[in-house]
Design a protein around this ligand. Structure first.
Ligand code: URA
Length: 236
């Protein structure tokens, strides 16, 4: 709250500027750095059911289905990607396409069992542009990310897991708009009294990296994922 006594006194008479009032009144407290206006109720199964009919932004109109998070309901670690791709849109599950296969390989090498994790995305619908008959991935814009953020906030609130952001979209949602993966990847940040997280490369970014650097970036991803194993082991 920025207001001083004098300013607050002035507001009492005249009312605050409308933008300030609406922001203060509609934002709820979450573990995410970016603002969320509401958190849907219910356990993960209920949230998944409610999200099927989400019309909070226009992406639902052209997507096959909502791709909600999936994995262990008691997962202590949540991996958060950006948005579903073509395969995820068709199958209704996160990380089942090419990026998911690379992630599976990296998880294996880091000795992490995918079935013990919860995988989700920052945005839950596939966004694409048509090139002939092909549906080509298009990045969700700020308004679409903001509209979808309540679902991620709800998933994090229900599970209270350690969180790992894969790529800039998830990292900035969790840690703020100025967060840089290049500068800060692999470093734990506290997100609340009971949880913490870090960010690392998105598997698609590894796939897009030029041949001569891909192996190095992939090793960094595996090394960062190994941090999770160390942290869990330290818990005892
Ligand atoms: N990329 C993502 O960010 N998420 C997926 O589920 C698939 C690809």
């Amino acid at each position: 709250m920025r207001a001083t006594g004098t300013v607050r006194g002035k507001y009492r008479v005249h009312g605050p500027p409308p933008r300030t009032r609406s922001r203060e009144h509609t934002t709820v407290q979450t573990l995410l750095a970016k603002p969320v206006t509401q958190i849907p109720d219910g356990d993960l199964a209920t949230l998944r059911r409610k999200a099927r009919d989400c019309h909070a932004c226009p992406l639902w109109k052209r997507a096959t289905q909502t791709v909600f998070g999936a994995g262990a309901d008691d997962a202590r670690v949540m991996l958060i990607g950006e948005q579903p791709g073509l395969q995820e849109d068709v199958q209704g599950l996160p990380f089942v396409g090419p990026a998911g296969r690379l992630l599976d390989r990296a998880l294996d090498e880091a000795h992490l069992d995918r079935t013990t994790l919860y995988l989700t995305n920052t945005v839950k619908h596939f966004k694409y542009e048509l090139r002939g008959k092909a549906r080509l991935h298009k990045r969700a814009n700020a308004a679409e990310q903001a509209a979808c953020r309540m679902w991620l906030a709800a998933e994090v609130a229900r599970l209270q897991p350690r969180v790992v952001a894969l790529g800039a979209m998830a990292a900035q949602t969790l840690f703020g708009s100025t967060f840089s993966i290049t500068r800060e990847r692999g470093r734990w940040h506290r997100l609340g009294p009971d949880t913490e997280g870090f960010a690392t490369w998105h598997p698609s970014a590894v796939l897009r990296t030029p041949d001569e650097q891909r192996a190095r970036v992939y090793r960094q991803l595996v090394q960062d994922l190994s941090e999770i194993v160390k942290r869990i082991a330290a818990d005892g």
